[in-house]
Design a protein around this ligand. Structure first.
Ligand code: SF4
Length: 415
């Protein structure tokens, strides 16, 4: 494995060879790394947009797509960063260019763009629709201006509500809202009220993530210095149960541990991650998985641009987890979904070719502890297991994994 983030390897060319081109239909992710400001809890690769060459980044991503993008991807996801920060003309250049290279407009079952309230208005929403991106995921995060200031967000609660309504007025029907809970000072009462407001907007999809204190973030430093205090576990559980109840009452199903949707509005792109499927990521910091191998681009604008110019790809690191690790990850990711998975599916997703299934004793143990339940051939988290999904996943990783897992996906973060 090479340097994991590539930020310290600033040579003229990428240190690793690119992955082989993924099969036709493989989901495509595009990472647009610019934001209005850096949020204090965020560990995604993103930088403030001031003084950055947005057009140069779009050109580089298209150059990378020439070499690496799959033909006719099944889903397209513009993430970041803040894709809505790009002006409509640049979004058109990017999305038209990607279509010429991959034919995505004729192949996708879903196309999503992440948006933030400060850069989402009626015209921007209309532009996404006209360009073939009907699904918008809006980073609302909280409806409390003090919390938003603590997060380092540049928008207010009122801006968020205006942005969601503007998107709806523009005709966006596939609308998702991201929220964060268990932030310092949050109360159960205010959370229930905020959920009522958001669900009252009639959005079909909600992602609600428990705040995590990631390394190398201001939040983590503040926590370590005692300047922030984490929500007590008991309250975290109450907040989690409250979102499950509010979404259920509003007709949204908890199809994943942190994700809720009306029937038919589940995020197909993310379900592929939880199925441990292949995906191709373009842009700085983006990760790809083709077969058993993962690879990623550097978390840095300068090396990404330089390497793309020199080679057409920016592969900073490659990693091939062992088969037992892949099996642990198949369980870890698959159990996040309400549908769960069968032992057979886990083996297939992991590419496991041995006769013995080393995950079977772990499954039996967790069934015995009441953390998992059987539904026909499948196994899923029980009501007792859902709030402690990470601990259940940890059991598989501890028992089976021989190396540090690097699977990525939308597990516990909000943008
Ligand atoms: S949380 Fe989202 S908007 Fe904030 S810095 Fe991270 S990627 Fe940008």
């Amino acid at each position: 494995m090479g340097d994991m983030d590539g930020s310290t390897n600033l040579g003229p060319r990428p240190p690793e060879a690119p992955l082989p081109r993924a099969l036709e239909g493989t989901p495509l992710y595009v990472h647009l790394p610019f934001c209005a400001a850096k949020c204090h809890y965020c560990d995604f690769f993103s930088v403030p947009d001031e003084g950055q060459d947005l057009g140069g980044m779009v050109a580089a991503i298209l150059r990378e797509a020439e070499q690496r993008a799959p033909q006719r991807p099944r889903t397209l996801f513009l993430g970041g960063g803040t894709p809505s920060l790009l002006p409509a003309s640049l979004l058109a250049r990017l999305l038209d260019g990607l279509h010429e290279l991959t034919g995505w407009r004729d192949s996708v079952v879903e196309a999503t763009a992440e948006c933030n309230p400060e850069s989402l208005d009626r015209d921007k929403a209309r532009a996404f629709l006209d360009l073939g991106v009907p699904r918008l995921s809006v980073g609302v995060q909280a409806l409390d201006d003090e919390a938003l200031r603590l997060f380092g967000r540049v928008h207010s609660a009122a801006d968020s509500l205006r942005a969601v309504e503007a998107a709806q007025e523009a005709g966006v029907e596939e609308l998702s809202v991201d929220l964060i809970y268990a932030w310092p000072g949050q109360t159960l009462e205010s959370w229930i009220a905020d959920l009522g407001t958001i669900l009252g907007l009639g959005t079909h999809h909600l992602s609600a993530y428990n705040l995590t204190y990631e390394e190398d973030t201001r939040f983590k430093r503040w926590l370590d210095r005692g300047e922030l205090s984490q929500a007590p576990e008991e309250l975290e559980l109450e907040l989690f149960q409250a979102v499950r109840k509010a979404t259920h009452d509003a007709g949204l199903e908890a199809y994943e541990v942190s994700n809720y949707s009306s029937s038919g509005y589940e995020c197909a792109h993310n379900i592929n991650y939880w199925h441990a499927g292949d995906y191709v990521g373009l842009g700085p910091g983006a990760v790809s998985k083709v077969g058993p191998v993962r690879a990623g681009a550097p978390r840095g604008i300068a090396p990404y641009l330089r390497w793309i110019e020199a080679s057409g790809h920016a592969t900073a690191w490659r990693d091939a987890p062992t088969a037992p690790t892949r099996l642990a990850e198949a369980w870890w990711l698959g159990l996040r979904l309400r549908e769960g998975l069968s032992a057979q599916e886990a083996l297939i997703r992991a590419g496991w070719h041995h006769s013995e299934d080393p995950s079977a004793p772990v499954v039996e143990e967790l069934l015995g502890l009441g953390m998992l339940e059987r539904v026909g051939e499948r196994v899923r988290l029980s009501e007792a297991g859902i709030p402690v999904a990470d601990a259940v996943a940890g059991r598989f990783l501890r028992e089976l994994s021989e190396d540090t897992p690097t699977a990525t996906g939308p597990g516990s973060a909000a943008s």
